[in-house]
Design a protein around this ligand. Structure first.
Ligand SMILES: C[S@@+](CC[C@H](N)C(=O)[O-])C[C@H]1O[C@@H](n2cnc3c(N)ncnc32)[C@H](O)[C@@H]1O
Length: 217
């Protein structure tokens, strides 16, 4: 499937609002009927129901820097971010969760997290949207290990998912996040019944910033 990136240049905030308005009938209502709707939504769009406010918050947080998205699936969130002007590269090996080429919303580089991080050196911002829950082998922990080993004062992680002990990422993923980063901000949007995902913005720990000579503001 071919996607024309140039089309994004003609789109913008209004188009993102229009797409989200079209999806409003799928929006979580917080009752048990959500279970059926979410099942369709995950297959066609993704595991997170994006909101305009959270997408704009991500755009502003990355402030023009390139973003590597790992385990992007259909890359719907990444597609909307691209429309908003974010330079985000979606990647996914399509190894699980029934996502495939048919449902992709934008170009996705087909590769594992390990391959993605290796082949995109110099990236400071990593996006994980619903990273697999306790996968075996643990690609989420391994990815975080690689990010930590190449980390500098500009490294940031955006995790869209549940909190520690929830249904996204592994314990190692969270242990490394907690050890090396601090959650600078969070944005809650619309949650399907019994789901508690939100957008988490992880930046350097204060001590790291001081060690690396970055002034607090
Ligand atoms: C729960 S889905 C989330 C997909 C998408 N980010 C979303 O929010 O809709 C987890 C994704 O992890 C991907 N995955 C599986 N093994 C992986 C690996 N080794 N490296 C990177 N991604 C992997 C799957 O192919 C799947 O698309």
């Amino acid at each position: 499937m071919k996607f024309k990136k140039s089309i994004f240049e003609k789109m913008g905030e209004e188009e993102v609002k229009r797409i989200l308005a079209t999806l409003e009938p799928f929006a979580p209502k917080g009752d048990m009927k959500d279970i059926y709707v979410r099942d369709i939504f995950t297959k066609e769009f993704g595991w997170h129901f994006p909101t305009y406010d959270s997408l704009v918050k991500i755009r502003d947080y990355v402030s023009g820097k390139s973003v590597l998205s790992i385990g992007s699936g259909c890359a719907f969130v990444e597609f909307l971010l691209q429309i908003l002007g974010v330079n985000v590269t979606p990647t996914d090996p399509y190894l699980s969760h029934c996502t495939d080429e048919v449902t992709r919303h934008t170009e996705v580089e087909v590769m594992t997290a390990r391959e993605a991080i290796k082949s995109h050196p110099g990236i400071d911002i990593f996006l994980f949207c619903w990273p697999s829950w306790n996968p075996d082998p643990d690609w989420t922990g391994e990815a975080m290990e690689m990010i930590v080993s190449g980390k500098n004062e500009n490294t940031r992680v955006i995790h869209i998912g549940e909190g520690e002990g929830g249904c996204t990422g592994s314990q190692k993923f969270f242990d490394l996040l907690n050890e090396h980063f601090t959650m600078e901000d969070e944005v809650w949007g619309k949650n399907f019944y019994s789901i508690h995902d939100y957008v988490q913005f992880w930046g350097p720990k204060e001590a790291d910033s001081e060690d690396e000579g970055v002034a607090d503001n």
